[in-house]
Design a protein around this ligand. Structure first.
Ligand code: DOR
Length: 424
């Protein structure tokens, strides 16, 4: 079986390549651009005008299964990923039951094995995500968890977090951490500032994030454990990570498209789809995030894809669930808000969605090198698309970008040489 991707712009940040050419896939692997297809059994895809990139990797996704299958299942989340150009997704452990032991890790990986894209899982830092007792980290890693995370339920006790890091280091997996001092965010709805005051909504200070970012950086220094700061939203957090990297502490971080595309002004219409944790911030934060992306302080772009049902979202703002879906808008938001305005080159932007998360998670994907498994994304970098939430493959419709015109369109997503999504 062969697939020839002909005449595209091949962008492979893992090898610093951005040039025109062909890419040949044979029996599920990349065999390079200068080989001829072997055998009759194959087809050619004309990629003129299109970018051919390594399959995108999203290291921050809520798949909601087990327990919240009315919001998303592993199968629907994977379908949404394929539609958005992602070939690998990493699920977070805030399911019900939590992904906090071998049995649930195995369940998720078994379900994921039949899904459209590669489904990986984290394991929870604490049992039941309750922040009190450490989960069986070694057992979960043995069962296939690629990282440990406290996402959505940030561990408040510094000593417990220290132990989580010590164990994770022992088992050679990073700790992905949701940085929030919850004593500062009780009942908070949106970023503390002028807009929260005008709207009369309970404020969420930026310090709730940056206090925990610096705590976790210092614990990373103490334990030597690679720590990855999730969904960075605040200017101060960017500065803290920059300081940590200069100091040689093994810290990496991600941001999400909402934090460089929107500010808390998006809540001025009481649109609950703009209610996320951490909250949307200000213009100064957006600029700091962009600067952090450009100077490599921010390693990766993830989505924090957080599907919710209409019932969870169509309520008064203070009762609405936190989160927005992201898998099917991420690439166009990156192209529109980072690449088009020259914040990042196309190659650097793709790096943050491919080789950077692969390296953080210790995966051998995120590359188009000869011999690699053929996970590939083909997209039109110039097409104009209007976001239509009701056409999402995700069960979640909760996006503040519904109806917005963006640049960039996924044309095909290929996993291990098989086309799993295409816009014929
Ligand atoms: O907005 C968010 N939603 N942030 C999180 O950290 C959790 C997520 C969810 O699970 O819905």
């Amino acid at each position: 079986m062969w697939l020839l991707l002909k005449g595209g712009r091949i962008v492979d940040p893992s090898r610093g390549i951005d040039e025109g050419g062909d890419l040949l896939i044979q029996d599920g692997r990349i065999v390079g651009g200068h080989n001829a297809p072997v055998g009759e059994d194959g087809r050619t895809i004309d990629c003129a005008g299109l970018v051919v990139a390594p399959g995108l990797i999203d290291m921050h996704v809520h798949l909601r299964e087990p327990g919240y299958e009315h919001k998303e299942t592993i199968a629907t989340g994977a379908r949404a990923a394929a539609a958005g150009g992602f070939t690998t997704i990493l699920g977070m452990p805030n399911t019900k039951p939590a992904i906090d032991n071998r049995a649930v890790v195995e369940y998720v990986l078994n379900e994921g094995a039949d899904a459209d894209v590669n489904v990986l899982t984290t394991g929870a830092a604490t049992k039941g995500n309750d922040g009190a007792e450490m989960a069986e980290i070694g057992d979960m890693v043995d069962a296939g968890a690629v990282a440990i995370s406290d996402d959505a339920f940030p561990v408040q006790n510094a000593d417990l977090m220290r132990r989580v890091m010590e164990y994770s280091r022992m088992f050679d997996v990073p700790v992905l951490t949701h940085c929030e001092d919850t004593s500062l965010t009780l009942d908070a709805v949106m970023n503390e500032g002028v807009n929260a005051t005008i709207l009369g909504l309970r404020p969420w200070p930026r310090q709730a994030e940056s206090i925990m970012v610096i705590r976790n950086i210092l614990l990373s220094e103490l334990t030597g454990c690679p720590v990855h700061i999730q969904h960075v939203s605040a200017l101060e957090s960017v500065g803290e990570v920059r300081w940590a990297k200069n100091r040689g502490i093994p810290v990496t971080c991600e941001t999400c498209p909402q934090y460089f595309s929107l500010t808390d002004a998006a809540l001025n219409t009481y649109n609950s789809n703009a209610k996320v944790n951490p909250p949307l911030r200000t213009d100064a934060d957006v600029e700091a995030i962009k600067a952090g992306l450009a100077d490599e302080t921010i390693d990766a772009i993830a989505t924090d894809h957080a599907p919710h049902s209409l019932e969870d979202k169509q309520v008064e703002l203070q009762y609405a669930a936190f989160g927005m879906v992201g898998l099917e808008t991420a690439l166009p938001l990156v192209l529109t808000n980072l690449v088009k305005p020259n914040v990042l080159s196309l190659c650097d932007a793709i790096a943050k969605m491919t080789i950077a998360p692969a390296r953080i998670l210790g995966l051998d994907s995120g590359t188009l090198a000869d011999g690699a498994v053929a996970d590939v994304t083909i997209f039109d970098p110039d097409a104009t698309v209007t976001v239509r939430a009701d056409e999402f493959k995700s069960m979640g419709r909760n996006t503040p970008f519904d109806g917005v015109e963006l640049t960039g369109k996924v044309i095909a997503t290929i996993v291990a040489g098989k086309v799993v999504s295409s816009d014929e």
